[in-house]
Design a protein around this ligand. Structure first.
Ligand code: NDP
Ligand code: MG
Length: 384
């Protein structure tokens, strides 16, 4: 039986992870979890999982009232608390379903303890990919991705010889505004952006999907996880989100991972450490794959993936600026401070204006650069 620490239990991936833990009490025991502001979820989670002994919340005032309410549980709070629960908690596997930069330090501390990391928080890999790879190489920790495309790629690559693969085709729905022109995008509202056509997800990733920064992050994620150069990965637009990714083989055939869009599947694949049966679909052409629609990716319409990959390839800690500026711009858009079309412009501007270091990346340098990028962005958005 695996003892589980679930970070981000109140979110979209977090609550779907709880579904899986509820269904298989033979294999999993929830010993700890974190929520952010949604502390009202704590009683219902504790009712289902009396095995929990530690909880982290985001605000100190919530912490202060919870410690008296639940004297038998060890509480933590804030970013420090997230680090401490990873450092001290009693668990074998941590599921990191936090959103944004807040997920990086927990990912690192889980791996530092040689534990298993089931990782939904792709920002960890975008910002700290090089560090995380180092920990995986030098330690005994393990990492299983949760992102559906990367679970698909892991399944696909497990059945072929990489030397027979011409390209990895990472599929993309194009998000909420995929059928709009650049001109039409100027007047879109946060409400419109939060309405994803195929997936129900948290707000940040839903906006990242609409700008397609999410796909840029996913290309970086694939490069880090599978040690691939960017030339080996191609984005393929796919309307239905049923084909989670494909391999284009050198003999001209395709191999695809196909299922309805439901994150329970990819989360399960990570929680069971890839020990899950699955079928793949082989085809001689994309049209042979069923009643699905595929289109070429248009880099003039969606610039964000190219901005992201260029930042990663620049080396050093440029992806820290990329991620922090993107997060700040996404939340500024959601708060009505900047138009949707300014998100990628603000990211580009931050990358241009803020100096980065090509030398060896360290966690301390990343934390400092993240803060200075956020201060730079906050000043720009305040002025408007
Ligand atoms: P949500 O916004 O739904 O959930 C995020 C979780 O993190 C919540 O529990 C939230 O707490 C908590 N949280 C957010 N910020 C902080 C913080 N600063 N400190 C502590 N806790 C915090 O996000 P998703 O579940 O959609 O996404 C999680 C991750 O998974 C992201 O990296 C995303 O890119 C990735 N992912 C998501 C997919 C999906 O289908 N949702 C698919 C593939 C990847 P609270 O709400 O209580 O404040
Ligand atoms: Mg994905």
């Amino acid at each position: 039986m695996r003892k589980i620490l679930l970070l981000g239990a109140s979110g979209s991936i977090g609550s779907q992870s709880l579904d899986i833990l509820r269904r298989d009490r033979q294999s999993f025991l929830l010993t700890g979890f974190s929520v952010g502001f949604h502390v009202e979820k704590i009683p219902e989670i504790l009712k289902d999982f009396p095995s929990v002994t530690s909880i982290c919340v985001r605000k100190e005032e919530d912490y202060n009232s919870l410690i008296t309410q639940y004297p038998n549980i060890h509480f933590y709070w804030g970013d420090e608390g997230l680090r401490e629960i990873c450092e001290e908690g009693d668990y074998d596997m941590a599921v990191n379903a936090l959103v944004g930069f807040s997920g990086l330090v927990p990912s690192i501390f889980v791996l530092r303890r040689d534990k298993i990391l089931a990782l939904a928080n792709k920002e960890s890999l975008v910002v700290g990919g090089k560090l995380i790879k180092r920990f995986l190489k030098e330690g005994n920790g393990k990492l299983y991705p949760i992102d559906s495309e990367h679970v698909a790629i892991a399944k696909l690559l497990s059945r072929v010889d990489i030397n027979d693969v011409e390209k990895i085709l990472i599929t993309a729905s194009g998000g909420s505004f995929r059928n709009m022109s650049l001109e039409e995008l100027k007047n879109v509202t946060p409400e419109m952006a939060l309405n994803h056509p195929t997936w129900k997800m948290g707000p940040k990733i839903t906006i990242d999907s609409a700008t397609m920064m999410n796909k840029g992050f996913e290309v970086i994620e694939a490069m880090v996880l599978f040690d691939l150069p960017s030339e080996k990965i191609e984005i393929l637009m796919h309307d239905e989100s049923h084909v989670h990714s494909l391999l284009k083989m050198k003999d001209g055939t395709y191999l695809a991972d196909v299922s309805v869009p439901d994150m329970h599947g990819p989360i399960e694949y990570a929680l069971y450490e890839s020990k899950v049966d699955f079928d793949l679909v082989k085809a001689n052409s994309l049209s042979e794959l069923g009643d699905y629609h595929f289109h070429k990716f248009d880099p003039n319409r969606f610039k964000a993936p190219l901005i992201a990959v260029a930042a990663y390839e620049a080396g050093g800690d440029e992806t820290t600026i990329l991620n922090a500026a993107n997060e700040e711009a996404v939340y500024a858009f959601l708060d009505g401070k900047i138009p949707f079309t300014d998100i990628e412009k603000e990211v580009e501007r931050a990358l241009e204006k803020i100096a980065f270091d090509k030398e060896k990346v360290s966690l301390r340098k990343i934390l400092t650069l993240d803060q200075s990028t956020r201060r730079y962005c906050a000043k720009r958005f305040e002025r408007r």
